[in-house]
Design a protein around this ligand. Structure first.
Ligand code: HPA
Length: 236
């Protein structure tokens, strides 16, 4: 057991998908995994292990924001020997050509958070995805005919920013979309020798001021879960 995850060692698979919302972990496990069992209910941050096409996979909620992601991802890596983590989450687009339901593979994740500044004593570190995982997911997305884009995203520590126009600065430098968890995941994974990738579906467009309906949200989420699961199988 670790502090925030109640599982026995061995109860969590080598590969873990991490949605932000723990209820989405429950939904994904019940809909897509065979023989899934719930290994964690502490704080309602559900975690499940089951199989997909015969491969053992876990799905663990991360919570919202980098500190929460940091706690769960670190415990998976340090105490449960997890080797591959894919975040599956939503993001808000900041480039006008990016459409709702597009899937964004985060090649790199910038941040306005302070963790890397602390670790690297004020110098810049560029958190990036594992290249093999990224290339595998990109090929799978193409095969599944998903509308996919790849590039730099922003992992923001604020959802309601004091400066509502600040996204324009990031957009000017090519950032595709904003979410709240990937950068910390990438930094921790690099340190711990774990493969990581953030797969995000565009739930809203900050620049076009559009928003997915609840039904479309669910459909996009299903596409993204399947992309994560198929990528996991392909990585065997
Ligand atoms: N900002 C931050 N995180 C998000 C957003 C957003 O607009 N949309 C989905 N996740």
């Amino acid at each position: 057991m670790s502090l925030h995850i109640a599982a026995e060692k061995g109860a969590i698979a080598d590969t873990v998908l991490m949605p932000g919302d723990p209820l989405r972990a429950k939904y994904a496990a019940e809909k897509f995994l065979d023989n899934s069992i719930c290994y964690n209910e502490i704080r309602g941050m559900y975690g499940y292990t089951g199989t997909y096409k015969g491969k053992r996979i876990s799905i663990q909620g991360s919570g919202m924001g980098q500190p929460s992601m940091g706690i769960y991802a670190y415990e998976l890596m340090a105490f449960y020997d997890v080797k591959t983590i894919m975040r599956i989450g939503s993001c808000g687009a900041v480039q006008p050509e990016i459409e709702l339901r597009d899937i964004i593979l985060a090649m790199s994740a910038s941040t306005n958070g302070g963790m890397n500044k602390g670790i690297f004593k004020g110098m810049d570190y560029s958190p990036c995805a594992d290249s093999e995982l990224f290339l595998t997911a990109a090929a799978k997305a193409k095969e599944m005919k998903l509308s996919m884009k790849a590039g730099n995203i922003l992992s923001s520590d604020t959802f309601y920013d004091d400066d509502p126009e600040i996204w324009k600065l990031w957009a000017r430098f090519g950032v595709l979309a904003i979410e709240m968890e990937a950068s910390t995941l990438y930094t921790l994974a690099a340190k711990m020798g774990v493969k990581a990738l953030a797969i995000c579906t565009v739930s809203d467009s900050i620049v076009n001021e559009t928003l997915l309906s609840p039904e479309d949200r669910e459909r996009s989420f299903d596409d993204m879960i399947l992309l994560g699961l198929e990528t996991a199988v392909e990585m065997e």
